[in-house]
Design a protein around this ligand. Sequence first.
Ligand code: HEM
Length: 207
Amino acid sequence: MKKILWVIFAFFAIGVGLYPLLFVLQDMSTTGLIGGKSQELVQGFWMVAFYIHIFLGGISLLVGWSQFSSKLRKRRLKLHRILGKIYVIAVSLSGLAGLYISFFADGGPIAQWGFTFLALAWLTTTTLAYISVRQGQITHHQKWMIRSYALTFAAVTLRMYIPLFLMLTDLAFIDSYRIIAWLCWVPNLLVAEWIIYKQKSLTLAAN
Ligand code: HEM
């Protein structure tokens, strides 16, 4: 069961992590998200921030999931450290760029605040994870990384909820988008807290 969950977890992380490549392989300038933006945004700094956000966001998803493997940590600690540094740099730059593009997100203030708080929470949890490992506080580091990656996973859950809302509700796309801007990450954080709680009770039971 644990193995199956791992495969599903890795499958979605890799699948959505590679998704930004579509923006290079295909002309996305007139369709989808970019097609709906004003010329002023597309020709300005927004576009630079958007590309920084999606490609480094993709790297954080691709790199992050393997860091939770205790086998990798035990057998290849050096690799864990290198990937950890790549993750922190990717999240920091993608998060800052994500914070900027959040102000221009479709769906008005409700969606914009949803993404803004997500970006702030992403940057904060990742920074705290990094600070705690530098201070040698491994348990704290693990907890903050679980929270950080649960937020990285918002990119996956968002792309699951969009088709689900289209199939299961009568809401207009933009109304669903406003809800999903929050729904894609708040429950993820609750799941992270549940995982942390479960790990703590398992450790206590083992002692
Ligand atoms: C966790 C913090 C994140 C925040 C705050 C965030 C924020 C945003 C915002 C505001 C947009 C533009 C939405 C709009 O203008 O309507 C966006 C789009 C996008 N983001 Fe993120 N994002 C995050 C994580 C990620 C990650 C980890 C990836 C990695 C794949 C990613 C990939 C994308 C892509 C590909 C788009 C383009 C949307 C599309 O066409 O589907 N984001 N993000």
